[in-house]
Design a protein around this ligand. Structure first.
Ligand code: FE2
Ligand code: FE2
Length: 321
């Protein structure tokens, strides 16, 4: 039977939550906000696809895992919707951005068979342990300076993504009798997800003033983001980094850890990959222990609401503008 727990964490957001919840690391703040919107659309897709898959899972243990998996994902989507509703209250145009993200997944569901969808989900979910482990192991630079409700939302979500790291593969294996098909689908799956990420950034650029974002969304577009991470680590290029004083999102992450997470992303797409054996971040263990002790997990991470706008040494408008 499954070990997954369904935790209903009572997150509550209102319009006092700043869009830029992480002014000490505004690029990461933007990346996380985009992940939050992507999660709402992707996890709705997961719930729908897993419901379609459930009647075809003949192994009762696989069916129990799938049921718990979809319920955890539904909780994540619900919490991110609550966060987003607070942001939409201040920036109503963001509702069209969420609708556009949903329609990308709706179109995909109409176009492709169930086998493709379970492969897509397994491909993306396999990347989350190496990616989110790197983030959780660098909580001091990524989460702790941020507003506590939002920081705690992301930490909870990423910890549970690591907890259910094997679930999507259990579902995939119950539907598709070919481990190589997932690897073949991966390129299309990532290209689709990156397109949705881009449209979300475009929505932030259009609907949220730069003064509230602190950084232009172009800094965290996929290609620009990795170029900036490389430039921040190469002494010859460091002084040519675009956009003045804004740090790259993962600038404080040791280069070896960033590379290890990149290698982990590649390895996660191998047909033989089994996420169950992955190394887990220490923060996952301390999060579960705190939850079991009844700690308020809506304030587990982060700092009290910072005064906004924050004087963090960065200009409030695009440098050079
Ligand atoms: Fe999730
Ligand atoms: Fe997940």
């Amino acid at each position: 039977m499954t070990d997954l727990q369904i935790r209903r964490i009572p997150f509550s957001f209102d319009e006092s939550v700043p869009f830029q919840w992480n002014p000490a690391n505004p690029c990461f703040g933007l990346v996380a906000n985009a992940i939050g919107v992507l999660a709402i659309a992707f996890e709705k897709y997961i719930v729908a696809v897993t419901r379609d898959a459930l009647p075809q899972l003949r192994d009762p243990e696989a069916a129990a895992e799938a049921d718990a998996f979809l319920r955890q994902e539904a909780q994540h989507a619900r919490a991110h919707r609550t966060h987003l509703a607070a942001l939409v209250g201040r920036y109503p145009g963001l509702s069209t951005t969420v609708a556009a993200a949903h329609s990308r997944y709706d179109a995909l569901r109409e176009k492709e068979p169930l086998a493709f969808h379970v492969a897509y989900i397994a491909a993306l979910e396999a990347t989350f342990t190496p990616l989110f482990r790197m983030m959780l192991e660098n909580r001091e630079s990524l989460f702790t300076p941020g507003e506590s409700r939002v920081a705690s939302l992301f930490v909870w979500h990423f910890v549970e993504e690591i907890e259910h790291r094997g679930s999507a593969l259990v579902i995939y294996d119950g539907i598709v009798d070919n481990p190589r098909y997932r690897t073949r689908v991966a390129r299309r799956a990532f290209s689709h997800a990156v397109d949705v990420y881009r449209l979300i950034l475009d929505g932030f650029e259009e609907h949220v003033p730069l003064a509230d974002r602190l950084v232009p969304t172009s800094l965290v577009a996929p290609r620009a983001m990795w170029l900036r991470e490389m430039a921040a680590r190469l002494p010859l290029l460091r002084h040519r980094r675009p956009a003045g004083g804004y740090p790259a999102a993962f600038q404080a992450v040791p280069t070896g850890e960033l590379l290890a997470s990149f290698v982990g992303l590649l390895r996660s797409q191998s047909p033989r990959h089994r996420p169950a054996g992955e190394r887990l971040p220490a923060l996952a263990g301390s999060w579960f222990a705190a939850y079991d002790q009844g700690v308020d997990m809506t304030r587990f991470e982060g700092s009290p609401l910072p005064a906004f706008p924050v004087d963090n040494g960065y200009p409030a408008t695009r440098p050079g503008a």
